[in-house]
Design a protein around this ligand. Structure first.
Ligand code: ATP
Length: 310
């Protein structure tokens, strides 16, 4: 898809603090026109807050988001420009599915026929007259998706849209999102915890941890990433050299082997500059899951045995 400077979604320098907690720290990333971008991060890393600030639902302390060069608040037809699914439960529990969609159609200036169309496409016919509050999680998710799609928006921002969907509906959603982005030039941003799944349909990935961007780029580049593994004669020296340069790394406790987020040549250059002796230096092509774990390590990590009878 041809790019011009003002197409796509651009998030620039967004920060948000709640009390003393910095939830987003100078977050910047692009969703180029015609791409699906996955937003990944552990629980509480700031994904939903980032999406909410993009839409002006949470006011950021600093920074901005533009849609084809325009701030959300300045969009002439916001409902036609950006469709969002943030909280699938956030619809009136007493309203029927049909009325929920009809209200969304009015708010986005969409024709009434769009409601019937979405009810059919999303398999909601048997639930059309049921109260939203009485639906199962998966059916609520389908309704929330229909609401996001009602205005035929150019861009989509979807917070964990696969949650609760059955396999067939999940497949339909993935192919619909890819088709939309690749054929219309719109942008799709999807947050999920399903890393392997994202690898099958996203063009780009943004990794958030503790409110900061740890990676932003093509899915292909991520899987092809070449990292270095090394064993240093003096572990503390290498640890210090990497820490002061802000280079992510982990150390295997059993043998002190470093896994470093740069290629072997760059690591070798650092070691020469800092006069660090290496006993071993090798290339380690890591999987997307390994990289993700390394980038987000430490934030709300779960460990230990909760069934320990002690
Ligand atoms: N309105 C709020 N007031 C205070 N703290 C908030 C508020 N909204 C979010 N937070 C905090 O901001 C941090 C990020 O939350 P957020 O919901 O954005 O994370 P997330 O990555 O979407 O998490 P999850 O994967 O669990 O949905 C959390 O520590 C959360 O408690």
């Amino acid at each position: 898809m041809p790019q011009t400077p003002d197409t796509g979604i651009r998030v620039r320098g967004v920060s948000k603090t709640y009390g003393v907690k910095r939830v987003l720290d100078d977050v910047s990333f692009d969703i180029p026109a015609g791409t699906v971008t996955g937003l990944l991060g552990p629980n509480g890393s700031g994904k939903s807050t980032a999406m909410r600030t993009m839409l002006g639902l949470t006011i950021a302390d600093a920074g901005s988001t533009t849609f084809d060069g325009v701030l959300f608040r300045d969009l002439a037809q916001p409902g036609r420009t950006v469709g969002a699914l943030l909280d699938p439960g956030a619809h009136h529990p007493g309203r029927s599915v049909e009325d929920t969609l009809a209200t969304a159609a009015i708010l986005t200036g969409s024709p009434r026929e769009r409601v019937g169309e979405l009810i059919a496409t999303l398999g909601l016919a048997s639930a059309a007259r049921r109260r939203f509050g009485a639906l199962s999680l998966g059916m609520k998710q389908r309704v929330a998706l229909a609401v996001a799609l009602v205005g035929r928006p150019r861009h989509l921002i979807l917070d964990e849209p696969m949650n609760g969907l059955d396999i067939e509906t999940g497949d339909w959603l993935r192919s619909t999102l890819v088709h939309h982005a690749h054929t219309t030039g719109g942008c799709v941003l999807v947050s999920t915890h399903l890393l392997q799944e994202l690898q099958t349909f996203a063009d780009r990935i943004v990794v958030l941890s503790e409110g900061a961007i740890r990676y932003s780029g093509e899915v292909g580049d991520l899987t092809a990433e070449k990292n270095a593994t090394a064993i240093a004669a003096d572990t503390d020296l290498l640890r210090r050299a990497l820490t002061t340069r802000g280079i992510p790394f982990s150390v295997r406790p059993e043998d002190g082997r470093f896994s470093v987020g740069i290629d072997p040549r760059s690591l070798s250059e650092i070691c020469i500059a800092d006069r660090i002796v290496l006993d071993e230096l090798a290339e380690d092509r890591e999987s997307i899951s390994d990289l993700y774990r390394r980038l987000t390590r430490g934030q709300y990590r779960v460990e230990g045995d909760v069934f320990d009878p002690r």
